[in-house]
Design a protein around this ligand. Structure first.
Ligand code: AMP
Ligand code: MG
Length: 417
């Protein structure tokens, strides 16, 4: 038996970061930037107003109070997107809107609320003149050109994961396209004579192929592009044909046919197509695991073979396929988000394996609590559906008692409703 870490290390050493591709920025959410992005403009490009108000010279409003307002002559108005051709001089003001470039001569903006504009409007008085009711600090309400981003600076470094805010920054630099590490294409193949595809009638003795859909959805969730190859029967010819269809992908994932009692077809076929190892991983569920590298026409395609049991397959995916996909995407943090929680369940670990138990994590009293979702059979997919986390029992812990602190891998951050 090998440790989870040993299996993972072997898998990751056979998986490489993929090449960069240039894509429209809107299509890059969650991808890793493959170039250093510098700015060739200042953002904002010019000093501009942070408020709707009046652009003035600070000297003109010095000492202004409600009881002794400073009256200024309004010589124009400027809206966002336009540059005023007037210059602010002592005793004058230009009405200015948020985002409008500060006119020449002005060094301060007074917001409407600090003027008598409303009073004048209510009294139907002329707005050719404005009363300033308060002295503000010199330079108030002006956003400086380049205060966000200065021309020539490194704005986003290679390796950054693009979130909505980074995509917004790229847009604010005027970039339509950007270089990112491409997403891996992941071929998914279910094996088993008992399997029938969704949408078909279910003959006696058969079951629907759920794994292909679960796995494909996991692939998509973690940033890969899934491609379901269909169902291969437990007959070698069919398996070879279906696997061949997956040879132009970056990763092949099969489910089923790797356990002891199996027809051993997957093993034989894969051994024919490339190097393959079968491991008994010290984990539960998901003990049998196949990993190999298929070779054809000079292409090397890593292959992960998961057990057919739906829960085993999902958990093996989380532990092994997820980090492989993240590595191909160029991500640095491959570890599953893990927290500490207090166990509300008693768990026995009889054979010294690492147990990944389906659990519900909830927050209470400034702490997280985790309890099992019920029956833990590896065929019971609804136990995954009820779970938001995997409670991890280490190999060397025989019993987790209620109240023990445990490590929990979060499947998602949604708390129990
Ligand atoms: P195997 O690993 O092929 O021995 O399969 C183990 C168990 O998982 C058996 O009960 C299979 O019927 C079931 N199983 C295998 N493949 C799938 C699949 N694609 N969808 C749902 N259940 C499956
Ligand atoms: Mg099978």
């Amino acid at each position: 038996m090998i440790l989870v870490e040993q299996a993972l290390e072997k898998i990751l050493s056979n998986v490489s970061v993929l090449e960069p591709e240039r894509k429209p920025i809107l299509e890059t959410l969650g991808q890793v930037l493959a170039e250093d992005v510098r700015s060739d403009i200042n953002i904002p490009p010019l000093d501009n107003s942070a408020m709707d108000g009046y652009a003035v010279q600070w000297e003109s409003i010095r000492g202004a109070t409600t009881s002794q307002p400073k009256a200024l002559k309004v010589i124009g108005e400027v809206a966002a997107g336009y540059i005023s051709d007037r210059e602010v001089t002592p005793g004058t003001a230009i009405r200015i809107m948020t985002g409008a470039p500060v006119p020449a001569g002005a060094d301060t903006v007074i917001q409407f609320e600090d003027t008598d504009e409303e009073i004048r409007k209510a009294a139907a008085k002329s707005l050719d003149e404005i009363g300033i009711l308060r002295e503000v600090a010199k330079g108030s309400n002006i956003r400086r050109g380049g205060e966000d981003i200065t021309r020539g600076s490194l704005v986003l470094a290679r390796g950054v994961v693009l979130r909505p805010q980074e995509i917004g920054i790229l847009a604010s630099l005027g970039r339509a396209n950007v270089l990112v590490i491409r997403r891996p294409a992941v071929a998914v193949l279910a094996t088993g004579d008992e399997l029938v595809d969704v949408g078909e009638p279910l003959p006696p003795g058969k079951i629907y192929n759920s794994n292909a859909y679960t796995i494909a959805s996991q692939v998509r969730r973690y940033g890969g592009i899934p491609h379901i190859l269909g169902i291969a029967t437990d007959e070698s010819q069919d398996l070879v044909e279906k696997i061949t269809l997956g040879m132009d992908s970056d990763l092949l994932i099969t489910s089923g046919g790797v356990s002891m009692g199996d027809y051993d077809i997957v093993k034989d076929v894969l051994a024919e197509l490339g190097a393959i190892s079968f491991w008994t991983v010290r984990m539960k569920p998901g003990k049998p695991l196949a990993f190999g590298v298929l070779t054809r026409n000079g292409r090397r395609v890593p292959h992960l073979g998961f057990p057919g049991n739906p829960v085993s397959s999902m958990i093996a995916f989380e532990q092994f396929a997820r980090p492989a996909i993240l590595k191909m995407l160029g991500k640095n943090n491959l570890a599953k988000p893990t927290i500490s929680a207090i166990s509300e369940s008693r768990i026995e670990n009889r054979d010294g394996r690492r147990v990944f138990a389906r659990a519900i994590v909830r927050k209470g009293d400034g702490q997280y609590f985790a309890r099992l979702t019920g029956p833990q059979g590896s065929g019971i997919l609804t136990s995954m559906s009820r779970a938001n986390a995997l409670l991890v029992v280490p190999e060397n812990v025989a019993t987790v008692e209620v109240g023990d602190e445990v490590s929990v891998q979060m499947l998602d951050w949604r708390e129990e409703d």
